[in-house]
Structures are given as C-alpha cells and as structure tokens.
Design a protein around this ligand. Structure first.
Ligand code: TNX
Length: 487
C-alpha cells in the first residue's frame, strides 16, 4: 500500500482504504455541476492540479459518474453550509464533497497535499477516505501592510499559502503612523499625501480601490475573507498628516518613519473627527463583502479612558451603521461593547479581568497571543529580522498552546478562533515575510483547525518535514527550525 503523505493541518478522520491509487492521466478532467458559484472553484482545482502535472486540465460542467475524474459536489442546495468536507479517492476517481464553496476549497488543498510522484513519474492520489471539519470558524492571519507596504502580487502569494493551510481570514492592517495603504473615496488625501513612505524611509505604496477589489476576489475564490483594519483612535499619524483638521491646531502632523507606538491620536471634541470616522468606515465597509471591519483600538498611550471609550464607540457605531460587525484589539475590552463584538487578544502581560467581563457581556475573543502567534517575533537570538518584545517563538512555541484555556476565566464558547499576526517594522519584502511565516504559519493553522485531542507536537514535527520541498518548489524563503529533521 502506498504511504499517505502527511497533511497539515491534520484532518479529523483519515482512513487509508488500501486499494490502488488514483493516477492522474492525460484525460483526467475536473467535473462540476454548472452552478455559477462553483465555476471559480473548478478553475482553482484545475489550475492547482494543472500546475503540479505541468499541463492544463479540462473542466466539464455536468453531473457525471464517469471514471478518471476529480468530481466536485456541493451537498447543500444554497451552498450556505460550513467548511466541512469529505474526500474519497480510489483507482477510478476522486470525489470531493462539501456543504459550501469554501468547504470545497479545503478539500482541494487536501487533494493537493495528497499528490505524490511515483517512480515512473506519474502523479498519484492514495486511496483514502477523509472526513474533516475545522475546530474554529475564524482562522486568520493579520498582515501589517502599513509599516512596510506589501505589494499586491506578494500578498497573493501569502493568500495562496493561507489557503494551503486552510486559513480563512486575511486581516489587513491598512493604516498606521507610517502610512495609509487603502484608497478611500471620501478622503482622497489619505493615499495622495500619506502613502509614499514606509519605516526607515523605505518606499511606500497603497492599494487602489480596484487593487483592493482584486485582492478580495482572489482571496474569496480561495475561501478567505478579508477583514480590513482602519486603526483608530491611535496609530493615526498618516491620517493627521493628510488632514490637519483632525488636530487641535489645524496643522497637519509630520511624516513619521520611526517605529515608536502610542504617540498619535484623534480628538473626540473636534468636529472633523466624527465625520472622518463615519465616512471612512462607511467607504471601507462598502468595499468589503465580508461581515467584519476592524477598528484597531490598540496602544493609545496619551488619552484619558473616557475619551478613548467615546472614540471607540464612535468608530464602532460607524461600522455598525454601515452594516458590519466590529473587531478591535484587546484594549477595547475596557469600554462598553455590544454583544457579538470580536475582541482580539494579543498582549499576554495584562490582567485578564476585562476579557472575562467582556465575554460575559457577549463579546467573542479572537486569540492572537504575542508570545505564540506574533510571527514577527524572532525564532531565537540569532534570527536576523524581527522583534523580541514578546519573547522568542520557536516552531514548538507556535504549535504547543491551547486557545480555549489561554485567558483564565473566559469560557471556551466565547473563543471565536485563532489569528496569527505579522508586523512589518523590520520586514521589507516577500523573502523576509515568508522566512518569518514558514514554518510557523503551518503550526498556527493546525492549532486553529485541528481538535486538541488530535494534536501532538512529535507528530507535527514529523509531518511538517514534507512542507519543505513544497516551499522550495514555490521558491519561498523559510526557516529551517532545528526542532525538525528536515530532509
Ligand atoms: C504591538 S499588536 C502592536 C503593533 C506592533 C507590534 C510589533 C498591537 C495591537 N500593536 O503596533 O507593530 O506590537 O510586534
């Protein structure tokens, strides 16, 4: 029986059925019934298989029981189900079934990870039955495109990696002191005046409304939703540089290219502030098909709590008025929150009491502990890039933690999911980003996807070995953690 390649994240149930493998031939086709929402998925499947086989794979839009096919099927009439899926492969065919298009994407990447090249050069899929579903509904990666701009083509490489590890939320930190990275219809000066620089005077950039729509669509086909973050009421120097009416003197602030935090701020009693929040969040919400918009809320070090709470409420109201749900960094837990607000936990050094209270009042917690999930932290003291304020994060640190008990007193049902984050103070290009993401992103993805009783470090460190050749094939930089016996 051919060995089954290692899967990451580990599926809920995998049975090697022992029959002959499916062999991809000249005539293998992708078959899908003709629903419009599945066309993109079929193209994705044919593209991924075609890339591995080195030739184009045909798609047929029909119900079919023919052999030699990879068949994609939705089991719900409206496609509104969860991300669970089933994959059955045997010598005759591969069947992928799911309750939603996103579930089919999860099945397709599992199929991609199952492909092996036989000694005769043919591509095979071992005979298996896999039944799989995620532990958490929110499995994210937050990328800081403000400290250093991340070009659209590089972002797409990262979105592809996210999909490969079954992550489903791309959180874009679009604004900060050093730059404003999204074109906003009501405030054209934001990108005109405040997008040109990055940390250290490195080149800047921004996404036009069309670029952003393209990113959203590229992610959506891969089952990844975009959550845009407009960080207020701190981290706003790019905004106050573009619009002087947001400052008490009326004068714009200077460009900022350092890496300090906490000095910039909005002012609740300036008339321009409310309009800014309402119009900017309305525009960003309108550009975003997903349910959530992130208001930031972190590290406002020069404001009284009452004014902070007023501004968080104003930003939250603007997001809700635009029909979206609110996400904010953990600091917002000290303010009154509407039920259903997502609080993103990041700084593990603080008292957990406000998170317990927020959860009791109906907030949901998204777990991004700096000491586990901040993938801009160095692996060890010799890592050339990255920061160290939350400590060093080796691969095992990123893997061996339990989201449901992380914050004492917060009930497991209040945890909506897990999100890795990568901040870019020291990371200026794609090789720098992927050398920090890989292999740790795979570890976080398994924390978010796989049930705790299925997770085991020794098992993971053996499975992750198989990812090295995949990253090499894609030409990506990655870190050869000494905790793994890489080939
Ligand atoms: C903390 S996490 C920050 C960011 C920094 C990051 C660097 C958070 C909400 N704020 O402003 O970029 O640390 O690791």
């Amino acid at each position: 029986m051919p060995a089954v390649p290692a899967l990451i994240p580990k599926p809920a149930r995998l049975e090697a059925t022992g029959g002959d493998p499916f062999v991809i031939s000249e005539s293998t086709t992708v078959v899908v019934n003709g629903r419009p929402d599945l066309i993109g998925i079929a193209v994705l499947a044919a593209d991924l298989l075609g890339r591995v086989t080195g030739r184009s794979i045909e798609i047929r839009y029909a119900e079919s029981d023919a052999p030699d096919v990879v068949r994609l099927r939705l089991t719900t009439a409206d496609g509104e189900g969860d991300e669970s899926y089933k994959l059955v492969s045997n010598a005759g065919r591969v069947d992928l079934e799911a309750r939603s298009p996103a579930g089919l994407v999860r099945a397709i990447v599992t199929l991609r990870q199952l492909l092996t090249t036989a000694p005769d050069g043919s591509l095979r899929v071992p005979a298996v039955v896999i039944e799989d579903a995620p532990r958490y509904a929110w499995r994210g990666l937050s990328i800081d495109v403000a400290r250093h701009f991340v070009a659209k083509r590089d972002l797409k490489v990262i979105i592809g990696l996210m999909a490969h590890y079954k992550l489903n939320v791309l959180h874009l930190h679009l604004t900060d002191d050093q730059g404003w990275r999204l074109q906003v219809r009501s405030r054209p000066q934001l990108t005109r005046l405040s997008s040109g620089t990055s940390v250290n005077g490195d080149p800047g950039g921004f996404y036009t409304a069309d670029d952003y729509a393209d990113i959203v669509a590229f992610a959506s086909v891969r089952g990844v939703r975009v959550v845009p973050e407009i960080d207020v009421p701190g981290h706003v120097n790019a905004a106050t540089h573009a619009y002087g009416n947001l400052t008490p003197s009326g004068e714009p602030t200077d460009v900022y290219t350092g890496i300090e935090v906490g000095f910039s701020r909005l002012y609740a009693d300036l008339p321009a502030t409310g309009d800014f929040l309402r119009e900017v969040f309305a525009d960003v919400a309108e550009m975003t098909p997903g349910d959530y918009v992130h208001i930031g809320g972190d590290e406002v070090l020069t404001m009284e709590p009452a004014e902070y709470a007023t501004l968080v409420a104003a930003a939250s109201d603007a997001v809700r008025a635009a029909g979206k749900k609110v996400v904010g960094w953990q600091e917002i837990a000290s303010t009154p929150l509407e039920p259903g607000t997502v609080v993103q936990y990041w700084d593990t050094r603080v008292d957990p009491a406000p998170f317990v209270a927020a959860a009791e009042a109906g907030a949901l917690l998204l777990m991004s502990p700096g000491s586990k999930a901040y993938l801009d932290m160095k692996y060890d003291a010799s890592t050339p890039l990255g920061l160290e304020w939350a400590g060093h994060i080796e691969l095992r640190d990123a893997y061996d933690w339990e989201p449901s008990t992380l914050v004492p007193g917060v009930p497991a049902e209040s945890v909506i999911g897990v999100e890795a984050a990568i901040w870019t103070e020291t990371l200026r290009d794609l090789p720098a980003l992927t050398s920090m993401l890989l292999p740790r992103l795979a570890a976080i993805a398994e924390v978010a996807w796989t049930e705790p009783e299925q997770r085991d470090w020794e098992d993971f460190r053996t499975r992750v070995v198989g990812q090295g050749p995949f990253w090499d094939r894609l030409g990506l930089s990655w870190y050869r953690s000494p905790q793994v016996d890489w080939r």
